[in-house]
Structures are given as C-alpha cells and as structure tokens.
Ligand binder design. Structure first.
Ligand code: C2E
Ligand code: CA
Ligand code: CA
Length: 716
C-alpha cells in the first residue's frame, strides 16, 4: 500500500510471534506433570501472547481502515480479522473469558475503524460485526458447556472403568481363593462362571469348566472321568433342576469315586440361574466321626466305653417294663493289679486288649460288653433271666480259662462276675450297677474266679461293713484300740517263752469287735498300715517291762509288706525307741505274704532278719502249705493252725501232718508251735507228736498287759 505505518505493526506481529513460539516450545519441553499453579502460569503466558496477537490484528484493521483508501487492503484486513476471530471461538472455547477478550481486542478497533471510515456499507458491516461478537460469545459459552460436560463424562467414565476393573480383579481373586468350589449356571443350565476350586474338586481341566458348558455334559464328563458314579451325578442333576424349578435352596451330600465326601449346596440366583457351592467335607466328616468314635469307645480295647454303655442301658430302661428282664454282669479280672505291678503297664494293657477280644467274641446276639475303666467290664444281656444271666457269667469265666500270651509268656488270669437283674435288683442304672457291684464283691470274697448273683442280704452286710470301716477309722483316731497278749509256752517246762500281741477294738456302743472281723476290713481299706505300725511300736514298749527271757510276737499283715521300706523303718524305730533287743521281737507272717510278691517280701524279711528280728510262719497248714517256703525264708518258728489241734485226738491225717511238720522243722532247725490247745489231752497228743511249743486257752487267754505278770504272780 506504500504506507510505512504497516511496518511497525508487522514488527510488532513478528515480536508477538517470536514470544509465542518461545512460550510454545518451552511448554512442550517442560515436565508433563504440572501442578494447577504451574498450569495457571502457562495459561497467563498464553493469554498475554494471544491477546497481544488479537490486539495487534485489531490495531492493523483500525490503521488499514482509517489511514488508507485501498479497498483490497480493507478487504484483506477485515477478512483476516474475522477469520481469526471465528477461529478463537472454536480454539479457545475451553476459556470463554479469553475468547471474549480476544473478540473484543480484534473487533472493537475494527468496528471503530469501520465507523470512522464514514461509509454507509462499512457502518452496516460494523453493526454485523457487533452481532458477530454477541453470537460468537454465546456460541463460546455453549461450546464451553459441552466441553466441560464432555471432560466430566470422560473423567467419570475413566473412574468407572477403573473401579470396574478393580471389582473384576477382586471378584476373581475372591472366587479363586474360596475353599468351596463355586459354579453359576444360567437359566438353561449353561455354565456362566466357575472358580478354579470347582475345576480342581471335580478334577476338570479349566477348558472343561469354561463358560457355556452345559450341566448335563459336565456330569457326563464326571462320570466318564470316574470322578462321580452315575448315582451321585444324578442326584446333583436333580438338585439343580429342583432348585431351578422351585427357586428354593437345597443341598445334597455325595460321595466321589475316590471316597471323598462333598456337600453340595445350590440356590437360585437373581438372574434365574443357579449358584452351586461344593464343599469338600471329607476331613470334617471323618474328624467328626473320629470324635464321635472317641467319645463312645474305649481307646485301648475299642469296646464301647462307660459313656456309651450308659446310653445303651438308659435306652433299655426307657423302653420300660415291657422290655422284660435283662441282666447286667459286672466283670472284674482277679489280681489285675499285681499283674500290672509285676509285668508292667504295657503287659497289663495287652492283657486287657486280649480279655476284651475274648469277651467280644463270646457275645450272644443283642448282648453288649463295655469297658468301664481299669480291669472292669460290664456286660448287658437284654432278655436274660436269672438262670440265663448265670450261664453268661459262667461263659465269661470259661472264656478266660485258656492262658493269655503276653510278651511270649503264658499268663493265667481268672475273673469274678457279679450279676444283677433288671428290674428285680434295680430300676435305675445306678441301682443295678450297685447291685452288680455288691455281687461282684461277694464273688471276690468267695475266692474269686466265680459268678455270684445279687442277693438283697448283700446290701445289709455291705452297710455293716461300711459302718465297721467308719468305726475303725474312728477307733484309730480316738485310740480305743489296745493289745492283749497270749502266752506261747514251752511244752516241757510249761514256761512262757513269748507272748503274742492280739489286737482288740472296743466300740463304745457295740462293745468288743473281734479282730477276725476288723482286720480284713483294715487290710482292704489300707488302714492296716497305721494299725500295724502302731501294734509293733506298742508291743515293743510293753515287752520292755517283761522278764528278759520272754519275747513278743506281733502279727504283720501282707499288706504292710507292700511298703517294705516303711515296715523296716517302723520296726527299727520301735526297737530303738523302746530299747527292746531285736532278738526279743518275733514277727508273725502268713503264707499269703509269701505268695503275693515273693521277691520283695523275701528281701524285706531278710533285711529285718539281719538286724536280729525273728520270724514265724503263722497259720501253717490251711493255705498253700508249701514246704518250699519253709526252707527259703529264715523262719525260726512254724505255727500249725489251730484246726489241727482241734482234731488231733480224733483225726488221723491231722496227727500225721503235725508229726511230719515237726520232723521237717526239726531238720530245718525251726521250732514248731501248735496253736489252739484247749485241753490237757490235746497237749499230751501234740507233745507226743514232737511239738516243742504250744499256744491256747489251756495255757492262758489273751490278756491286757497290766494283768500279765502281776496276775501270774498273784495266782502263784
Ligand atoms: P492268729 O494270729 O492265728 O491269732 C490267734 C487267734 O487264735 C487269736 O484270735 C486267739 O485269741 C485265738 N486263740 C488262741 N488260743 C485259742 C484256743 O485255744 N482256742 C480258740 N478257739 N482260739 C484260740 P484273735 O485274737 O481273735 O485274732 C484273730 C486273728 O486276727 C489272728 O489270728 C490274727 O490273724 C489277726 N490279728 C490279731 N491281732 C492282729 C494284729 O495286731 N495284726 C494283724 N495283722 N493281725 C492280727
Ligand atoms: Ca498269729
Ligand atoms: Ca495263727
């Protein structure tokens, strides 16, 4: 156009271009993650450049319109300005205020220029450009709204997609970490989802348990793969169909071919399909069964235990009187304790297992045998009458007759059996058990290895025993026990060589109780330990007051030998405290001691013998009368039981026994004492048979210590 004024504007345009290029380049190379503050800063730099450029455009238009008359210049500048202004709307709709700023900086100078040109067409164009600004502003705002909505929608959909992905992963994770096999079927029983555990439980390849597989095909494959037999497979199919039909949840328990137990639960889903859960309940079921079995059986013998037996008997009682008579047999091994003590607990256990086996093998139909603890067994025989029950008892005893092979040894064991009948001897379990127990006790007392039926008199005698036991404890505490002494005399000189201490118990109301009655009870209850110790101490003290030639004989129970250390200590203490020379103490023992535990008792006897205490074998002739014992033990005397003296005048065998024992004892260097001499005739007879000493009412009854030598002196 020849007008030099365009040049500075062109220069300004170049400067703006340079500035914007630098800003754009720096923006491009700056780090991608920008904070909001940083973005604002970049925004401002952009605003400055853009507005400078639009201002420059506006300026150009104004100058072209006001300073030149060249129509082409006018057209070019107006067209360029409007083209840019339109572009702003589209380009910068994200920031409407920028657009307004740019529109105004371009269009206001343009319009002023048009107006100042003072041409009617230009004036009209200025009006149109004003309208252009207004409409473009409104378009900008509407575009901006759309843009913002779009951006929001995108953010929303991105977060949604993210959370969906997360949900999917979590669900997958949850499904596959389940201990149950899970499978979902659609409406037509096509598989929709299955977790890994499902495939694993049913031994399916992942491709076989993939979506789309039909239930029927799956089950066919399970049958073909020998995972399920046809019957359980059918029950699975039925379960699914039933749930599908009714919409009600259901479960079945199935067994796999391998023997696992699956509990399958199915329920309807919201989409009209089925959710099926499979639990491998094999472990749980077998643990439950094991616990159940443990609770009901005896560990060692595998017989029903006390608890189970009680249940069975209760059920029988609940059946009421219509059930008829039944019998309860209380079975107890004889001498089990000593087997346990001598052979060890393991051998004892083996024996119990074998006994249990024989009892089980001998059971009749409907009979039940249980281990009740220790060596006690109970046998229930429903529908057995008195005679039938005794027959069963005899059968039990016969079953034990053959020896048991324990650790390569043949062990002979006998049993005692007590029989009680239901309802005759009790209508509650407690009562019947008590009756059977009393009968068992009677069987034991009757010498063991026998069957005894319950008899109501047993209850009475048991009560008496209990009372006696109570009294005995009381007597022990109150010190109402005493010792009486009976002389043992030398037949030739008729002088007392020793005095035997015999225990007396005086009951405040019942009067004197004979030792034959209370000693066995004291032995069973263990009270004998205290009583016996007391007797030894008391006798040693009493004997100190007697002439030196007279010794004291004290009865010692076999039970006391079960604690040999205590016994030995008691004897030593008694001698030391009383000052009695050991040679003046004689301990009387019976053969039962020697049988009970040969070795230990022999050692104890020998230990006491070494310190000078003497021993005599009491009641010889009524027990085992084993002559072997006589030689083995250091006895200085043998006392022949009084039953022999009683018959010595009339009964040939009694005489011969006395005679033989006297000869044998003589050879072994022992004295013989014949007990129970009551008459002069008996005295003469036993003396003639070779006895040196005797004891009996003929020579003196047991007397309290205070009337012993004083009494004799008075008599003299
Ligand atoms: P045992 O050791 O055989 O004692 C002799 C028993 O025969 C005594 O009975 C005595 O009174 C009795 N007796 C003596 N001479 C005659 C007679 O001529 N005719 C008759 N029929 N009997 C005569 P007791 O005192 O009743 O004692 C019975 C049993 O009690 C004793 O028999 C003994 O085994 C036991 N016993 C007594 N005191 C004790 C004791 O302190 N400890 C232990 N462990 N047992 C004792
Ligand atoms: Ca005696
Ligand atoms: Ca005796």
């Amino acid at each position: 156009s020849g007008d030099g004024f365009y040049l500075p504007i062109f220069g300004a345009g170049l400067a703006v271009l340079l500035y914007r290029t630098v800003v754009a380049l720096r923006f491009g190379t700056a780090p991608a993650r920008r904070s909001v503050g940083e973005l604002r800063r970049w925004d401002r730099l952009f605003l400055v450049g853009a507005t400078a450029f639009s201002g420059m455009l506006g300026c150009l238009s104004f100058v072209a319109l006001t300073r030149s008359d060249e129509i082409p210049c006018h057209i070019i500048t107006i067209a360029v300005a409007i083209a840019f202004a339109s572009g702003y709307v589209a380009r910068n709709a994200g920031r409407p205020l920028f657009v307004i700023g740019q529109l105004l900086t371009v269009c206001v100078p343009l319009c002023i220029g048009l107006v100042e040109a003072e041409q009617p067409y230009y004036g009209a164009m200025a009006v149109f450009i004003g309208l252009f600004v207004v409409t473009n502003t409104s378009i900008t705002f509407s575009l901006n709204r759309n843009l913002v909505a779009l951006a929001e929608a995108r953010t929303k959909s991105e977060t949604l997609a993210g959370s969906l992905r997360l949900q999917n992963v979590t669900l997958d994770c949850a499904l596959n970490s389940m201990t149950h096999g899970l499978v979902m079927f659609g409406k037509s029983l096509d598989l929709a989802v299955a977790n890994n555990r499902f495939a694993e439980l049913y031994r399916l390849a992942p491709s076989e348990a993939a979506p789309g597989a039909h239930l029927t095909d799956l089950l066919d494959r399970l049958i073909a793969g020998e995972v399920l037999a046809p019957v359980p497979a059918r029950s699975l199919a039925e379960l699914c169909r039933r749930v599908l039909r009714s919409g009600q949840a259901g479960s079945v328990e199935i067994q796999t071919v391998r023997g696992e137990t699956f509990v399958v639960h199915a329920e309807a889903t919201a989409e009209d399909g089925i959710l099926m859960l499979t639990e491998d309940a094999t472990e749980r079921k077998s643990a439950a069964a094991r616990i159940e079995r443990l609770a009901h059986t005896d560990n060692l013998t595998e017989l029903p235990n006390r608890f189970r037996f009680t249940q069975i008997v209760r059920a029988l009682f609940e059946a009421g009187p219509d059930a008829g008579t039944s019998a309860l047999l209380y079975i107890d091994l004889d001498n089990f304790k000593s087997i346990n003590d001598t052979l060890g607990h393991e051998a004892g256990d083996q024996l119990l297992v074998q006994v249990a086996g024989r009892l089980r093998d001998g059971l009749g139909p409907e009979e039940v045998v249980a281990r009740f603890g220790g060596d006690e067994f109970l046998l229930l025989a429903p529908a057995a009458n008195a005679e039938g029950a005794m027959e069963i008892g005899r059968r039990v005893i016969a079953a034990m007759a053959a020896p048991f092979a324990i650790d390569g040894n043949a062990l002979h064991v006998t049993t005692s059996v007590g029989v009680a009948l239901v309802p005759e001897h009790g209508v509650t379990l407690g009562d019947v058990l008590r009756s059977a127990d009393m009968a068992l006790y009677a069987a034991k007392s009757a010498g063991r290895n026998t069957v005894v039926p319950f008899d109501p008199a047993m209850a009475v005698s048991l009560r008496n025993r209990r009372e006696l036991e109570q009294d005995l404890r009381e007597a022990c505490r109150a010190g109402t026990l005493s010792l009486h002494y009976q002389p043992i005399v030398d037949l030739a000189s008729r002088r007392s060589t020793s005095l035997e201490a015999l225990m007396r118990s005086h009951h405040p109301t019942r009067g004197p109780i004979p030792p034959a009655e209370f000693i066995p009870i004291a032995e069973e209850t263990g009270l004998i330990a205290d009583l016996g110790d007391w007797a030894i101490r008391r006798a040693c003290q009493d004997a100190c007051a007697w002439p030196e030639s007279v010794s004291v004989a004290v009865n010692v129970s076999a039970v006391q030998f079960r604690n040999p250390e205590t016994l030995i200590q008691t004897v030593k203490d008694a001698l030391r405290l009383s000052g009695l020379p050991p040679s003046r103490l004689v301990l009387e023992v019976t053969e039962s001691l020697l049988i009970e535990d040969e070795d230990a008792s022999l050692k104890a006897v020998q230990a006491l013998h070494r310190i000078g205490v003497r021993f005599s074998l009491d009641d010889f002739g009524i027990g085992y009368s084993s002559l072997a014992y006589l030689a083995k033990y250091p006895f200085s005397k043998v006392k022949i039981d009084r039953t022999f003296a009683q018959h010595v005048t009339s009964h040939g065998p009694s005489r011969s026994i006395i005679e033989v024992v006297c000869q044998l004892a003589d050879r072994l260097g022992m004295r013989v004492v014949v007990e129970g001499i009551e008459t002069e005739l008996q005295r003469l007879e036993v003396e003639a048979l070779g006895a040196e000493q005797a004891q009996g009412f003929l020579f003196g009854r047991p007397l309290p210590p205070e009337s012993l030598f004083g009494g004799e002196r008075h008599a003299a």
